[in-house]
Design a protein around this ligand. Structure first.
Ligand SMILES: O=C(O)CCC(=O)C(=O)O
Ligand SMILES: [Fe+2]
Length: 271
């Protein structure tokens, strides 16, 4: 897996994403933001049960609704380098992009490998593979090592025929220090790793963005309803879908507002 610095040109990062299908940007987050993220997430992780099968992971906790639950994770969603890369990565396929999915994933000792998959699978097989569906980020909140469950990636598999299976030799591990971020698209084969350590937990925050005309995988309006969204930066609300996509997609008709019809959800917040 290629590691790049955050000072690398966006063109070079996108070039690597195109050829290999994934890339790591090292050390983007400050120690203090990492601590804030851990503190925000801990009560929810502690209250969450493990998963129920080998995909969700029987020694793995997953929690969503991160924009509502974690002020520190909002900084990740809005990270300017990530948004610049995402915008360029998806611009060919849509008038814009949106927040698609937020999840913290904590992999504990004894977890086995998650089956390799392509994240675009959530939309079925209806879309041409020529259309990129998403831009995905996996933020390392703990260090990621092969032993503690670093994400497994199959470089190049975003250009493979759908049914080709990866051999063990073709799989690499997204090892990275905390504060780094793994980037990939909807078509690359990947999955969470096994945790073979005695006591280390691997903590990640996944923030995925998708084409603004696709149904969001995580329902952002229920995860972060208007009463909470009203306290967030306007830019983040727009990203979650409280906005129009040119010129009319996503309109609503406000209650009790005479003569106001087919407007942007921004009206909810008097914008
Ligand atoms: O936990 C990971 O490293 C990856 C998880 C993943 O790919 C998924 O749940 O879709
Ligand atoms: Fe995945």
């Amino acid at each position: 897996m290629r590691h790049m610095k955050s000072t690398e040109s966006t063109q070079n990062i996108l070039q690597e994403l195109d050829t290999e299908g994934a890339v790591i940007i090292d050390s983007l987050l400050s120690e203090s933001l990492i601590e804030k993220i851990k503190n925000d997430l801990r009560p929810y992780l502690d209250a969450s049960p493990d998963g129920i099968n080998n995909f969700s992971g029987k020694s793995t906790k997953r929690i969503g609704a991160l924009m509502a639950r974690s002020p520190a994770c909002r900084d990740l969603a809005l990270n300017s380098l990530i948004n610049e890369l995402c915008s360029k990565f998806l611009e060919e396929f849509s008038d814009g992009y949106q927040l698609n999915f937020t999840q913290a994933i904590e992999i504990s000792p004894s977890e086995t490998t998650q089956p390799l998959h392509r994240d675009r699978g959530v939309w079925g097989n209806y879309l041409s593979r020529k259309i990129e569906t998403q831009f995905s980020t996996v933020w390392a909140i703990s260090d990621f090592t092969e032993a503690n469950g670093a994400t497994r990636i199959v470089p190049g598999s975003h250009k493979w025929e759908k049914d080709r299976e990866a051999t063990e030799k073709e799989i690499v591990f997204a090892e990275m220090p905390s504060g780094s971020v793994l980037l990939y698209g909807g078509s690359i084969l990947h999955g969470g790793g096994a945790n073979t350590t005695k006591s280390e937990k691997r903590l990640a925050v996944l923030i995925h963005y998708s084409l603004s005309w696709l149904r969001q995988e995580e329902n952002q309006y229920l995860s972060c309803p208007p009463n909470i969204a009203s306290q967030l930066p306007s830019e983040l609300r727009s990203l979650m879908g409280y906005s129009l996509v040119n010129p009319i997609l996503g309109f609503f008709s406000p209650h009790n507002k005479k003569g106001v019809e087919l407007v942007s959800p921004k009206h909810l917040f008097d914008e």
